[in-house]
Write a protein that binds this ligand. Structure first.
Ligand SMILES: N[C@@H](CCC(=O)N[C@@H](CS)C(=O)NCC(=O)O)C(=O)O
Length: 112
């Protein structure tokens, strides 16, 4: 990964409270895993910034090195890597994702 790509990713995750690196957009996800990640965030009522890695191959590859995680989607909260869609689902079901957003100051609706 170039320093430039690393700096761009660093700026994205540090300047936005909640960032989802995904394939496609929240309205038109281009992969089932990204679609699931968006659905979880929307279910929790969280506002998030999305980055479509299909629009930027440097980010698509660079984000894997940045987090040392091999796949997309990738969720970052408060500048920290949280996980992919499997981890998001596990944390959501355990009530931990909602807690994380509340601690991070991201608006989250209580889980039903
Ligand atoms: N189990 C993963 C599934 C994600 C996954 O397998 N993503 C693939 C297909 S979208 C991927 O990122 N492949 C590498 C790439 O497309 O660059 C998760 O929890 O998110």
């Amino acid at each position: 990964m170039t320093d430039d790509t690393n700096a761009r990713i660093d700026a994205l995750v540090k300047s936005n409270p909640v960032v989802l690196f995904m394939k496609g957009s929240p309205l038109f996800p281009q992969c089932g895993f990204s679609s699931r990640a968006v659905a979880i965030l929307e279910r929790l009522g969280v506002q998030f910034e999305s980055v479509d890695v299909l629009q930027d191959q440097a980010i698509r590859q660079g984000i894997k090195g940045y987090s040392d995680w091999p796949t997309i989607p990738q969720l970052y909260v408060g500048g920290e890597f949280v996980g992919g869609s499997d981890i998001m689902m596990e944390m959501y079901e355990a009530g931990e994702l909602g807690e994380l957003f509340q601690k991070a100051g991201a608006a989250a609706a209580p889980q039903a």
